[in-house]
Design a protein around this ligand. Sequence first.
Ligand code: OOG
Ligand code: NI
Length: 410
Amino acid sequence: MSPKSLEPWQLRARFAAELSRMYGAEVPAYTTLVDVASEVNRDHAASASDAERFGSLERVTAERHGAIRVGSASELADVADLFAAFGMYPVGFYDLREAASPVPVVSTAFRPTDSDELARNPFRVFTSMLATADERFFPTDLRDRVEQFVGRRQLFDPALIAEARRIATGGGVDRDRGERFVADAVTAFALSRSPIDRGWYEELSRVSAVAADIAGVTTTHINHLTPRVLDIDELYRRMTARGITMIDAIQGPPRVDGPPVLLRQTSFRALAEPRRFREQDGTVAEGTLRVRFGEVEARGVALTPKGRECYDAAMAAPDPAAAWDQHFPGSDEELAASGLAYYRGGDPSKPIVYEDFLPASAAGIFRSNLDTDARADNTAGGFDYSMQWLADRIDRPIHDPYELYEKAAQ
Ligand code: OOG
Ligand code: NI
């Protein structure tokens, strides 16, 4: 490739940075969050000797995850083509219908899969698809209308997807075309000003606020963008001190004295944003919707399947923090020796960072930012979505996260 061209990782780094700029302009509290996260990271790096154990300060400061939501498998297939140009591939399967407060979506995460690529820029996007085939949420008549509505819209310009395919195949692109491609990809996730059909949006809201956000509009948007922080408890305190009300709890593992594992997250509700509505009489009126939010996360070591069982057992206790020591040893040496967590070459000083998501936390994050839970008819039949079902529909393998950690550990 010529020195003037951009490789997928460079496109990915620009994509993350430009999405961040756009989201900051759209959601001002996000900018505060990023500032506070950077401060906490700087302070933590200055005071802790092993601050870069889970990635360089440079990686962590640039690190973001985003979340988007789509309405059908064919829209998800377009997303997969688009993200492949950035070296981001589907990893893992999350069924949020199984959560304590169910959300009618199934999800995967698009991210780099190799250690080198993750070190260059680990941008990941949690991507949810509306589970329209699940009759507990969508009786046949509603399902048909949702599928027709989604089938008629076009989230991505076919030219953008065609360009993405060319870039993925070529392994890069020249600078001018690459910059245009990134700009067009970012625009595809901007909040739209086109009028929303109020009656349709409200009908879907009665089933689920997430269903309305996904299928009540003709576009998609970035739902949140999440910076990574090295000390999430400190971040929580500083945000609260600035007068931003965070959700009650940090999701995921409790704060522990031993090595941090997996992923801890917290969020706050963004303000209502101006949107336009088409009323029943055809007139267009200004209104607002409150669907987006801010989130921040701290990442720890990836657990093996055996470690994950210990985690699930600890979290099932009435007080997970108090029960933690019964399930987890207190040092990296012991975690490595007992095969509970992944370390590069088995060396306890080289933890492999958890790059994925947690279904219970994801459902908790969804829920804490909604006014109402989904309405389900539990006498109706569900639908057996699975990782393989999704992979077949998007015509791509979905990676098993454990296989990727296993490979990184070797
Ligand atoms: C996704 C919620 C899940 C996370 O970090 O667990 C998520 C969404 O709101 O679309 O982003
Ligand atoms: Ni998130």
